[in-house]
Design a protein around this ligand. Structure first.
Ligand code: CMC
Length: 428
């Protein structure tokens, strides 16, 4: 294969080098495009064909349904690793030794106390506030309580920031739920594992002991691992672009949370459950909703279906579907929503509209069913996604800063008015 691509613009031929990734992905390096062509640019709304960076963190092959973090398959990680091991792997590049794992957890715990004044900010939100808005604001507020910016050239400084946010973020997650439920804010218990502590902080009643359910702990651990990174998706690209201006880690993460909120991205898990409930309330006629999804004059989309990159199956959805069955069986939950979900899935998998467009259930199609069985309110689902995605965002932010990437600043093709002479207001 030639290692160059040739582009002819206005009768002039220009050669551009090819970049080949470790999984043989090929990209045309157009860094010199504007200078050699005298200002010609590319246009690619939604960045469907644009690589924004070279990254060594996550590999996914949408055709084959492969997802790997730092070379390890998602299936093996979900089965054999815990969330903190995966977080360490994503951020620092290697699986931790036992000693590194213990130290990592101990360091996270030692930084987990959130300044008590943050409670005042939590108190100022109405109970009706969407938890993603609250979480994004609180994460940004952490900047005010931790004003020193990370020295990215210092490994120690970088490590301290990483453990700080991994310690404080679950507290903020839990507080968004407790505020919503009118429960006193809680700092959790440093004797517990990371995921157990999250559950206790979220659900402990002030007058009762909190009893852990291992099936729920395992399922949540798995869900967090499955959500931990997904290369250059909308929220991760946001974190990298915001961070590329040298905005701080917490500010960049806060922007990522806002990007995740939307129903086409992380907000889909909430949208899926709301859709399934609406179908059930409407008599469970899945065929009617399939027809709506296919009608180009109807804005309705089958939430939890389709993916920008997976065009065969979403490997995360396969794992989650099994976990959902385990959790529901263990808890003895018979959820009619699950029947609606299964019927929709079967119909979509056999419908030419969905088959031709390669629309398959994605990670969010089943995650909401597990969260619901765990007693997590629907509008907290995307917050749980954010908790899982946190290590991925940190890893990508760190990679971007250590790689000394330039500020993210795309070009455009201007299609507005050309020069117009200004007329003062009296004469218009
Ligand atoms: N229901 C009905 N039709 C759909 C759907 C859907 N869920 N998704 C895509 N299509 C159709 C779309 O109308 C288009 O049809 P046509 O070619 O006739 O115009 C075709 O499929 C391609 O869709 P697209 O919008 O160009 O694809 P995209 O890559 O821009 O969008 C997506 C990907 C995930 C935003 C989209 O599939 C979608 O809106 N899905 C529902 C929301 C959802 O579940 N999002 C969660 C994604 S996974 C979690 C995450 O990582 O964020």
């Amino acid at each position: 294969m030639s290692n160059k691509a040739t582009l002819e613009v206005n009768g002039q031929k220009h050669e551009f080098p090819l970049v080949v990734g470790s999984e043989n992905e090929v990209a045309i390096d157009i860094k010199s495009l504007r200078s050699v062509t005298g200002g010609v640019t590319t246009i690619d709304p939604g960045f469907k064909n644009t690589g924004s960076c070279e990254s060594a963190i996550t590999f996914l092959d949408g055709e084959k349904g492969i997802l790997r973090y730092r070379g390890y398959s998602i299936e093996e990680l979900a089965e054999k690793a815990d969330f903190l091991e995966v977080a360490y792997l994503l951020i620092f590049g290697e699986l931790p030794t036992k000693a590194q794992h213990e130290k990592f957890h101990a360091d996270i715990k030692s930084k987990s106390v959130v300044d008590d004044d943050v409670r005042k900010i939590v108190d100022a939100f109405p109970k009706s506030a969407h938890p993603m808005g609250v979480l994004s604001s609180l994460t940004s507020a952490l900047t005010a309580f931790n004003p020193t910016s990370v020295n990215v050239d210092s490994e120690e400084d970088m490590y301290n920031s990483v453990v700080k946010i991994l310690g404080k973020f679950p507290v903020l997650v839990a507080w968004t739920l407790r505020k919503k439920n009118g429960l006193p804010l809680d700092y959790g218990d440093n004797n517990l594992g990371y995921v157990e502590n999250v559950l206790k902080m979220m659900f402990k009643q002030p007058n009762e002991e909190y009893v852990q359910n291992e099936v729920i702990v395992d399922a949540l651990d798995k869900l967090l691992i499955l959500h931990a990174d997904h290369e250059q998706n909308c929220s991760t690209s946001t974190v990298r672009v915001v961070g590329s201006s040298h905005a701080g880690l917490f500010a960049s993460l806060s922007a990522g949370i806002s990007a995740l909120w939307g129903p086409l991205h992380g907000g889909a898990n909430q949208a899926v459950l709301e859709m399934l409930e609406a179908i059930k309330e409407d008599g469970g006629d899945t065929k009617k909703y399939m027809a709506k999804a296919k009608d180009k004059n109807d804005p309705f989309r089958l939430m939890g279906f389709g993916h920008r990159v997976y065009k065969n199956f979403d490997p995360r959805a396969k794992i989650i579907k099994v976990a959902a069955d385990e959790v529901l069986n263990n808890l003895g939950v018979e959820d009619p929503i699950l029947d609606v979900a299964k019927a929709l899935e079967q119909e979509a998998l056999n419908d030419p509209y969905f088959v031709d467009r390669k629309l398959y259930p994605n990670v969010d199609f089943y995650s909401g069913i597990i969260y619901r069985a765990m007693g997590i309110p629907t509008d907290m689902f995307t917050v749980m996604f954010a908790l899982g995605r946190l290590p991925g965002w940190i890893a990508q932010w760190r990679e971007m800063r250590l790689g000394k990437e330039p500020i993210g600043r795309p070009r455009q093709v201007y299609i507005g008015e050309t020069y117009r002479k200004f007329t003062i207001v009296e004469n218009r």
